[in-house]
Design a binder for this molecule. Structure first.
Ligand SMILES: CCCCC/C=C/C(=O)SCCNC(=O)CCNC(=O)[C@H](O)C(C)(C)COP(=O)(O)OP(=O)(O)OC[C@H]1O[C@@H](n2cnc3c(N)ncnc32)[C@H](O)[C@@H]1OP(=O)(O)O
Ligand SMILES: NC(=O)C1=CN([C@@H]2O[C@H](COP(=O)(O)OP(=O)(O)OC[C@H]3O[C@@H](n4cnc5c(N)ncnc54)[C@H](OP(=O)(O)O)[C@@H]3O)[C@@H](O)[C@H]2O)C=CC1
Length: 290
């Protein structure tokens, strides 16, 4: 994967996340257990900090154990509860073992947040089969394996649950990552379908669709593409991972107990006005790219 040097830090640090003001009351998630995939990434990390500060035990999941361990240590320093779990969400057997392990250690799981995911910018006409499959496998298949394993464990334990899938805005204005639009459209459709099928099990399923949210994940985009992101919505700024975390807490927790099958867009209005060209805006549309 091509990574571009970042001129300054991207996103929020642990020190900032530890004290960021929140609209939620302390202890609103007291004693709950929340699984956060991609928990050491930019958005997942903000979710982990917010949910832990609200009283939950946060089980953070990813492939890089050292990043997860460092985050858990930071949380523990502030007397917040968390555990690190290495798993590749594209491996269904590993995903099942992950949920077995968390249930065995914590005795419950209340919510799953799927924040693991990503893509690379490329005109769709040039996608290789391997690149297409990497993005579909991560964002659609991996998310599904996590959703299904969570739901099967809830059914087996006769325990209610909620799922929040972090997707992208699929309806308007996001170009150069068509593979992820395809995968995330699949996740949104899947979430609406199982929101109905799993309602008898007392499982809610919702999505959050962020717009341009500054995180280290942006290193996959060129500095020129990133420079245009603040102009991708009528608020003329990028979003913060904390803004996504608070939307996620709203949907995951008791505040949304009558909401299922919904997608909450957190993009500063970008789905109504604005455009994001992750590969540079072509001259045809009035941009600089040939
Ligand atoms: C407002 C703006 C933003 C737009 C909205 C969304 C933003 C975000 O989501 S930002 C944060 C998300 N984080 C990331 O996207 C992280 C970076 N991306 C990735 O890690 C990958 O894209 C991945 C998720 C697909 C990783 O999967 P993995 O299996 O590890 O993939 P590989 O790196 O091994 O690559 C496999 C295959 O994919 C093709 N490929 C990968 N990178 C590129 C590239 N830059 N250009 C073209 N093709 C690429 C390629 O075929 C790779 O195979 P090889 O050629 O054999 O390496
Ligand atoms: N930032 C933005 O502007 C936007 C982001 N999004 C989406 O929000 C989600 C989070 O984004 P963000 O935090 O910015 O991205 P990051 O790249 O910072 O974090 C993504 C995390 O996903 C984990 N991950 C990736 N693949 C796998 C895998 N196969 N198994 C387990 N974990 C995996 C990575 O951890 P590890 O390397 O340890 O596996 C990483 O920490 C992603 O789905 C992203 O596409 C959507 C719209 C906009």
């Amino acid at each position: 994967m091509t990574e571009h040097p970042s001129p300054s830090k991207l996103g929020l640090t642990d020190a900032e996340l530890a004290v960021h003001p929140t609209v939620f009351a302390n202890d609103v998630l007291k004693d709950q257990v929340i699984v956060v995939s991609g928990g050491a990434g930019g958005i997942g990390r903000a979710i982990a900090w917010l949910f832990a500060r609200l009283g939950a035990h946060v089980a953070v999941v990813g492939r890089d154990g050292s990043k997860l361990d460092a985050l858990v240590a930071q949380l523990a320093e502030r007397h917040l509860k968390a555990s690190a779990h290495v798993a590749d969400i594209r491996e269904p057997d590993a995903v099942n073992l992950l949920f077995d392990a968390i249930w065995a250690a914590q005795g419950r799981v209340d919510s799953l947040v799927n924040s693991a995911g990503g893509q690379f910018p490329q005109p769709a006409i040039d996608f290789s089969v391997k690149g297409w499959n990497a993005v579909i496998n991560t964002n659609l298949n991996g998310t599904w394996y996590m959703m299904q394993a969570a739901a099967q464990h809830w059914r087996n334990h006769k325990h209610p649950g909620s799922i929040v899938n972090i997707v992208v805005v699929t309806t308007h204005g996001l170009y150069g990552i068509a593979h992820t639009i395809a995968a995330r459209s699949g996740v949104i459709g899947l979430s609406r379908a199982v929101a109905v099928e799993w309602a008898p099990l007392n499982i809610r399923v919702n999505c959050v669709a962020p717009g341009a949210i500054e995180t280290e994940g942006w290193n996959v985009y060129t500095p020129e593409a990133r420079a245009a992101y603040p102009r991708s919505n009528p608020m003329m700024r990028v979003g913060s991972p904390w803004e996504v975390a608070e939307a996620t807490a709203f949907l995951a927790g008791p505040s949304a107990k009558f909401i299922t099958g919904e997608t909450l867009t957190v993009d500063g209005g970008g789905q109504l006005w604005g455009e994001t060209w992750t590969t540079g805006k072509p001259a045809y549309f009035g941009g600089d790219d040939k």
